[in-house]
Design a protein. Structure first.
Lengths: 116, 116
């Protein structure tokens, strides 16, 4: 069964460093998403991406964040200058169709980012 | 105002018994979708069940059913015949039609403990 993959599973970085989280969505999917989950808290939407541009973003997704689909398979989240509060689990998700009603998004296993 | 409210931070249930996890939502949209996800201790997000705002019947998926009461804006998850493997965090989530379906909003979650 096709699945969303994410690398690395755990990333440790120092405050102020740039970090890139990588995701490989399911191959025929067209819509891509990043969510984050601070330890013990709810999952929060960051950004959605379609047709090589951001479709929607939350207030969390400020200028420190960027997303890119550098080739036909990868989808990346870059944090330019990490802060301690960026420590969280970051989930990538993808869906085949526009998420209006029943079309499901498939989540990757997550990347745990620890900023020290 | 919270869009998704889960008022039970933790719930205990005896194995083989049924349990109801509460979820209320707030939207002015006529078209929206409601979802439940399971997050075991390993961290991945597992889709459980979906209910569309126009669906007249309550959704069911195996041991999971969604008690949808539109006038009360509630979408409670019922797990029948609980199993030890059901111990996990459960998130209620919603997508609203006016955002084009790009953003999924999650509740704070309910941690379910199944006792042997």
């Amino acid at each position: 069964e096709p699945e969303v993959t994410q690398t690395p599973s755990h990333q440790v970085t120092q405050m102020g460093q740039e970090v890139i989280l990588r995701c490989v969505p399911i191959s025929n999917h067209l819509y891509f998403y990043w969510y984050r989950q601070i330890l013990g808290q709810k999952v929060e939407f960051l950004v959605s991406f379609y047709n090589n541009e951001i479709s929607e973003k939350s207030e969390i997704f400020d200028d420190q964040f960027s997303v890119e689909r550098p080739d036909g398979s990868n989808f990346t989240l870059k944090i330019r200058s990490t802060k301690l509060e960026d420590s969280a689990m970051y989930f990538c998700a993808s869906s085949e169709r526009l998420l209006v009603l029943s079309y499901e998004q498939y989540f990757g296993p997550g990347t745990r980012l620890t900023v020290t | 105002a919270q869009k998704i409210t889960q008022t039970q931070p933790g719930m205990f249930v005896q194995e083989k018994e049924a349990v109801t996890l509460d979820c209320t939502y707030d939207t002015s949209d006529q078209s929206y979708g409601l979802f439940w996800y399971k997050q075991p201790s390993s961290g991945e997000m597992i889709f459980l069940i979906y209910q569309g705002s126009y669906d007249e019947q309550n959704a069911t998926e195996g041991r999971y059913s969604l008690n949808f009461q539109k006038a009360r804006k509630s979408a409670n998850l019922v797990i029948s015949a609980s199993q030890l493997g059901d111990s996990a965090m459960y998130f209620c989530a919603m997508r609203e039609g006016n955002t084009g379906g790009f953003k999924t909003i999650f509740g704070a979650g309910t941690r379910l403990f199944v006792k042997a």
